[in-house]
Design a protein around this ligand. Structure first.
Ligand code: JFZ
Length: 428
């Protein structure tokens, strides 16, 4: 069936992408993981004004070239980060190996514009992070920006200081740039052991055809067949992609207004991504600090949609992750240590989440997450199954319910101290 749907949505191309057995297996792993940590960290972090600072502050190429000299994260300890992510209950991380500024956070042989050549730190951050995460059993994906504000072969070429529109559209060498990306991706996929995903971003800067996605995706799958390809284009998945992303959104909700993902929720494994702070990269004046309840609700709703949550931290230029961001991760970890069974390895629970509840499912067990603990009763219409029994997940206490015409009505126990009340439904 999936193949049939695939051929309709992708059109009848001659060589249809056939995911390898390793790839299909890794998709299964991905779907069961449900929670990963996103990391936006680069030389832009030094300025404390987000990862778009070069564009937003109209910084010229020459000016921006000074930034790597200040990037000396003396407190960076990959092992500590990996321990934190493990403690958070994350199953994978996605790290910005290179954001739109084009600066490589690894020892790139393809371009000198990298951490080892240009910063006083001189250490291969990607290498350290991958090794530390793998030692903790955490898989690693690489965020890779397609768009590049720095290179002269990019077309329109190099950033001249007048915003993106100010780039010189008469210069550039597009084929050379595509070749460059392929070389960098080859490095990333051959120098750091197993890479479980490439997370592309920046697609909007060029027409879809210009990116040579087919070629690039084939290269990735050839080098590491299990590597999952995703692309933050906010459209229905392109041929060759292995999972679908919903940036700052939930599948089907399209609250950002980007792209058409509201209407194009496909069959591939899903991932939503969002921040703990207000921005992705470190922003000194960022006063948005999402509460534990907010991030937990995001995780639970994502799972209720059958999707992973990739929750972002924006480490500081010294290599530390701010305390409040660490706290959110640790609190999620504490919660997952108790309720993990209701999240990991589950599928969507049959009815999409609302602001009041989210449902996840494992076989004939359905987990009902009450998102408003002050509620006294709950009504859910049109469940695609019969409910036989309702119990509290903690304490296993019976809950009174009625189940007529596949509509469930139940009395909720008085609110508890738990951040989230979970009931277990046994279904038929
Ligand atoms: C992108 C980046 O620009 C941003 O810095 C961050 O890395 C985030 C995770 O991804 O943001 C986007 C991506 C796509 C669109 C808009 C913002 N889009 O499709 O309009």
């Amino acid at each position: 069936l999936a193949l049939l749907i695939g051929s309709f949505s992708y059109g009848y191309s001659q060589q249809q992408y056939q995911p390898s057995p390793e790839n299909l297996k890794n998709r299964e792993w991905f779907e069961q993981s449900r929670f990963g940590v996103f990391i936006h960290w680069g030389v832009y972090s030094v300025l404390g004004d987000g990862e778009w600072v070069m564009n937003n502050q109209n910084i010229s190429l020459d000016e921006y070239a000074l930034l790597p000299k200040f990037f000396n994260p003396i407190s960076f300890d990959a092992k500590e980060w990996a321990k934190l992510f493990k403690q958070a209950g994350a199953k994978y991380i996605t790290f910005t190996t290179r954001h739109h500024d084009g600066f490589a956070m690894w020892n790139s042989q393809t371009s000198d514009y990298n951490i080892v050549k240009k910063s006083p730190f001189k250490r291969d951050i990607v290498k350290e992070l991958v090794a530390a995460c793998h030692a903790e059993g955490i898989k690693v994906m690489f965020y890779y920006s397609l768009l590049d504000w720095n290179r002269n072969d990019y077309l329109p070429a190099g950033k001249t200081g007048g915003g993106i529109a100010g780039r010189d559209s008469t210069k550039g060498d597009w084929n050379h740039y595509v070749q460059f990306m392929k070389s960098q991706l080859t490095e990333l996929l051959t120098s750091y052991g197993q890479v479980d995903g490439i997370w592309f971003d920046g697609h909007w800067d060029k027409p879809k055809e210009d990116w040579h996605f087919k070629e690039i995706y084939e290269l990735i799958h050839k080098l590491q067949p299990q590597c999952l390809v995703g692309n933050n284009h906010h459209l229905a998945p392109f041929e060759g992609e292995d999972f679908q992303m919903f940036e700052r959104d939930l599948p089907g909700e399209n609250t950002t207004g980007f792209g058409t993902s509201a209407h194009d929720v496909g069959k591939l494994p899903k991932e939503v991504c969002g921040t703990i702070a207000g921005s992705w990269g470190f922003e000194l004046k960022d006063r948005t600090r999402k509460s534990f309840r907010e991030v937990l609700t995001y995780l639970v709703k994502a799972a209720g949609h059958g999707s992973n949550l990739l929750l972002n931290v924006g480490p500081m230029p010294n290599g530390e992750i701010q305390d409040y961001q660490q706290d959110r991760l640790k609190d999620l970890g504490k919660w997952l240590a108790v309720y993990g069974e209701t999240i990991y390895g589950t599928e969507a629970g049959g009815v999409p989440p609302t602001d009041d509840y989210a449902l996840t499912r494992k076989g004939n067990q359905v987990y009902l997450h009450i998102l408003k603990p002050e509620k006294k009763e709950l009504y859910i219409a049109k469940l695609p199954y019969q409910v036989k029994k309702v119990k509290t997940f903690i304490g296993n206490k019976d809950i009174k319910f009625s189940n007529k015409d596949n509509s469930l009505r139940l009395d909720l126990p008085a609110s508890t101290d738990e951040a989230d009340l979970v009931l277990t439904l046994t279904i038929k």
